[in-house]
Design a protein around this ligand. Structure first.
Ligand code: UDP
Ligand code: MG
Length: 343
């Protein structure tokens, strides 16, 4: 044992070995069965209510549990609130990120720090009712590794949002190699091996729903009614949703690149036929007036097509660029673990 010989040779720090052994023991004793991961970004108005409901649900169950709140660089009182929650409830862990890293990264930070055998991912805004968690756990006990919660009603969401969501799922279903389950958000339960699999995917451009679908494993779905937000407002608007859709499409399919190729081919073919027709017509009937308008039309059309295809290539190239930098996904400002053993 290289360690012990080192201790014998060097100065012996009293109690060092004991402390280590103790830490190891506590580590195993503290291991919760279920970890609940909650990304939090400026949710101060609803956090107490969320934790109250979560606690009453989880305490009614038989499992040892912890909750990992990820403070995603909130600028309101969320962080202070979380710390006061942790003082009253030892099962609260807090991962405070160094700034806002966004909705797709924050859950990853939470998964990285969750210790449970099963991990539930849930939003802090009470749109996903914590009361459904026992059903997720029951399905996990039945042997499923991934349990989606599918929302039946989306109350509090506009017609346009529902329609665009439906269009997006249909598009992804037909173009991507992974089958995104329809109408499921981030609310789900994952077994330890699924969590480890998801965490092994460290790409910068994270479309979490896609990554969850990509890993596979035995999967099932439970249905629930999605409530309107309890407090605060959604951080999504149409621009961010549009960007999320681009993220999803470019990280899971190269179909747009293919479309660009075929579009280019079609235009080139059209131009060739058009040119041949011009030559034939000039030979047969001569060329009375130079065709300035048609020339402009063709030049502009080709220019447009080229810009579009360049843009599509640029989207992918930009992503390659970001991945090659190999930066960490997020930086942790502070990690305060749960202390379930204190119960
Ligand atoms: N969230 C986050 N970082 C962000 C934006 C949101 O951690 O940059 C959290 C937010 O606090 C909430 C969850 O992600 O717990 C879902 O956010 P939101 O309700 O805005 O999204 P929606 O429910 O509309 O999909
Ligand atoms: Mg929400």
């Amino acid at each position: 044992m290289p360690d012990s010989s080192h201790t014998l040779d060097g100065p012996i720090e009293p109690g060092a070995g004991l402390r280590e052994a103790g830490a190891g023991l506590l580590e195993t004793a503290w291991r919760p069965v279920v970890s609940v991961v909650v990304p939090v970004f400026n949710e101060a108005s609803g956090l107490h209510e969320f934790h109250r409901r979560l606690r009453s649900v989880m305490d009614a169950g038989p499992d040892r549990w912890e909750v990992v709140y990820v403070d995603d660089g909130s600028s309101d009182a969320s962080c202070a609130l979380l710390q006061s929650l942790r003082l009253t409830d030892p099962r609260v862990a807090i991962v405070a990120l160094s700034r806002n890293f966004g909705k797709e990264i924050a859950p990853t930070a939470g998964l990285d720090h969750a210790k449970g055998e099963a991990v539930v991912l849930i939003d802090a805004d009470l749109q996903d009712p914590p009361e459904e968690i026992p059903r997720l756990i029951a399905a996990w006990r039945d042997g499923f590794d991934m349990v989606h919660a599918r929302r039946l009603a989306r109350s509090g969401e506009s017609w346009a949002k529902r329609a665009s969501a439906s269009l997006f799922y249909r598009l992804m279903q037909h173009t991507g190699k992974v089958r995104l389950p329809r109408d499921t958000g981030d609310f789900r339960l994952m077994s330890r091996r699924v969590v480890d699999a998801v965490l092994s995917l460290r790409e910068q451009h994270r479309f979490m729903k896609g990554l969850f679908a990509w890993v596979g494993f035995p999967t099932t779905t439970i249905d629930y009614d999605r409530a309107a937000r309890h407090a605060g407002h959604s951080k999504w608007n149409y621009w961010t949703l549009w960007n999320l859709a681009i993220e999803a499409i470019t990280s899971f399919t190269v179909l747009p690149l293919k479309i660009a190729t075929y579009l280019g081919m079609a235009v080139a073919l059209f131009a060739a036929v058009f040119g041949a027709q011009l030559v034939v017509r000039t030979l047969l009937f001569g060329n009375p007036v130079a065709g300035y308008p048609s020339l402009m039309a063709v030049v502009l059309f080709l220019g447009g097509v080229q810009l579009i295809t360049l843009g599509v290539i640029g989207e992918y190239l930009g992503r390659v660029f970001n991945e090659t930098k190999g930066r960490p996904l997020y930086l942790v400002e502070r990690f305060l673990p749960s202390q379930s053993a204190a119960r």
